[in-house]
Unconditional design. Structure first.
Length: 541
């Protein structure tokens, strides 16, 4: 059974009567961990939650979106819990939450789906505040190191961007914050129930995204170390496995259904582990370009000198944190970073989301150590943590001047590619609606509209939700590299009685056999397929 997040938060605030510390801790470290009174933590928690909710509420996209976000919005409308990319990309927990959000009595479905990311992101930021106040507490509701860590995550490019659109990753971050809070609670109380809760929550996280298996590997190693040190009894292992299975039930149910419908068990397991991306998931080759891209992604998320505090935090962690918690954080950081660096897919930056989260913790730890020794830097460090939005506002104009090759060769109409990708906020963004309005207003009756997957979802969304231009056939599955000459002639015959249009007549965005064999004429923002080119009866080799 899924526990309501609010109930879980209350558990972490509940006063403890059996806190324990390692005997060899210094007096300074013990003093630093004194727990504030519950009401003061509640005040801080609710304040951070309200501010994060305000920022993300202003930033959230008001409607339908492109690419994966648009795909998710269409899946929610269709109540599709499986998708077409394999079970590893099914994300059932996210879609269960999105369906629940559809009950809100306001706005359109796409906006309510976007709100899932917005709400979960705000709670995740507040949970990080709670975690940092517990592990770095200095008898103040708001301390600068804690605020620096919270701002580092809240204003990190990828996290902020995913808070403003429909995405699954920040939901995983939310569940992960509960796992870490449970780990801290276990280390303080030595009560096995908190350790068992970690594995239930990780199973729940796996029902949202398979990135949770990376955290699971760190948790398993960490738990084995605790058992070797006799701080955890091995007898609790079966219960941990059982609770993980219970937490993962939404995902496991999809696998069971696929098997019951006739898919071989091996194929089902493969789909659950890899989806359609086995090659990328198992990639072991790391090129110089991938490393450079990874560094750029991290710098984009923390575009100020506070990033250097993360290294300080890692080095000084065992002098500041409980050594066992520092070990878990370090291991989880390494596992997620290693996976993301060698994950060779187009949206590789998204898979740094967990690394960004852990780096925010390390930045807070580094700020704690640095400001404890150099307090005159307090104001400077705090202000640097606030600089990120200014960088994001300027970078779309600056980046092309510094690096002219940086950019997008074939942009989508009504999408400023630089702003869309480099500025995380999506306040008032209606590009997809403008494109749909213009194209649907221009296409003649019973037209065939050939569009690549990225911009196709807004058109499909409005056909489903508003019955707009249902006479138009949205063709997005014609991307064979070659077609027999007979099929090229057949399309030429179709043109005699049914108009065919293309959105982006460029390689990779329009079937090559159309580009090689047919004349295209621009009309507004789209192109009409007019007829065969001279001698264009054979597909290109």
């Amino acid at each position: 059974m899924q526990l309501p997040p609010g109930f879980i938060v209350i558990l972490y605030f509940y006063p403890m009567d059996a806190d324990r510390q390692e005997e060899n801790e210094t007096t300074d470290v013990q003093a630093a961990r004194q727990i504030e009174p519950g009401p003061r933590r509640w005040l801080g928690y609710l304040t951070v939650l309200a501010l994060a909710g305000l920022v993300y509420g202003v930033s959230v996209a008001p409607g339908v979106l492109w690419q994966d976000s648009g795909l998710a919005q269409v899946r929610v409308v269709r109540q599709d819990y499986v998708g077409s990319l394999g079970l590893a990309l099914a994300h059932p927990l996210f879609y269960l939450m999105a369906q629940a959000f559809q009950a809100f009595p306001f706005s359109e479905s796409a906006f309510k789906t976007n709100l899932v990311s917005t709400v979960c992101s705000a709670v995740a930021v507040a949970n990080l505040y709670l975690l940092l106040t517990l592990v770095l507490n200095r008898s103040r509701t708001f301390s600068v190191p804690v605020l620096v860590g919270v701002l580092a995550l809240a204003l990190a490019h990828t996290f902020w961007q995913h808070a403003a659109i429909t995405e699954t990753y920040n939901v995983s971050v939310l569940v992960l914050t509960f796992e870490l809070l449970s780990a801290w609670k276990f280390l303080q109380t030595r009560r096995p129930g908190w350790w068992l809760l970690i594995f239930f929550l990780n199973g729940l996280e796996c029902s949202n995204h398979m990135l949770a298996t990376l955290t699971l590997s760190a948790l398993v190693v960490w738990s084995l170390v605790l058992m070797i040190r006799r701080e955890l009894h091995p007898a609790w292992l079966p219960a941990a496995v059982g609770l993980w299975v219970v937490g993962c039930l939404p995902f496991e149910y999809l696998g069971f259904q696929a098997w019951r419908q006739g898919q071989p068990l091996g194929a089902v397991i493969h789909s659950m582990l890899f989806g359609n991306f086995q090659k990328e998931v198992l990639n072991t080759r790391v090129s110089t370009g991938m490393v450079a891209k990874s560094i750029m992604t991290i710098v984009l998320n923390f575009p100020t000198p506070i990033l250097g505090l993360a290294l300080v935090g890692m080095i000084k962690a065992r002098k500041i944190l409980d050594g066992r918690l520092a070990g878990l954080l370090g291991l989880a950081t390494a596992v997620h970073l290693a996976f993301a660096v060698r994950y060779s897919i187009r949206d590789q930056y998204s898979f740094f989301i967990m690394t960004v989260f852990f780096l925010s913790i390390w930045i807070a730890v580094g700020a704690w150590w640095w400001l404890d020794r150099y307090p005159r830097w307090t104001i400077a460090v705090f202000l640097l943590a606030l600089v990120s939005p200014l960088v994001y506002a300027a970078i779309p104009r600056v980046a092309p001047r510094i690096y002219p090759e940086f950019g997008f060769r074939y942009p989508i109409p009504y999408r400023d590619e630089m702003r869309y990708f480099l500025q995380p906020w999506k306040t008032g963004y209606r590009g997809p609606d403008r494109l749909v309005d213009e194209v649907f207003g221009q296409l003649p009756s019973h037209a065939i509209f050939i569009v690549d997957s990225t911009p196709s979802w807004p058109f499909r969304y409005y056909q489903i939700t508003a019955n707009r231009r249902t006479d138009v056939h949205i063709a997005y599955d014609l991307f064979e590299s070659q077609l027999p000459a007979e099929k090229v002639r057949r399309l030429a015959g179709v043109l005699e009685h049914r108009p065919v249009w293309v959105l982006r007549p460029f390689p990779g965005y329009c079937p090559s056999w159309i580009l090689d064999n047919f004349e295209l004429v621009k009309r507004g923002v789209i192109y009409q397929v007019k007829g065969l080119k001279p001698h264009g009866t054979q597909p290109a080799s």
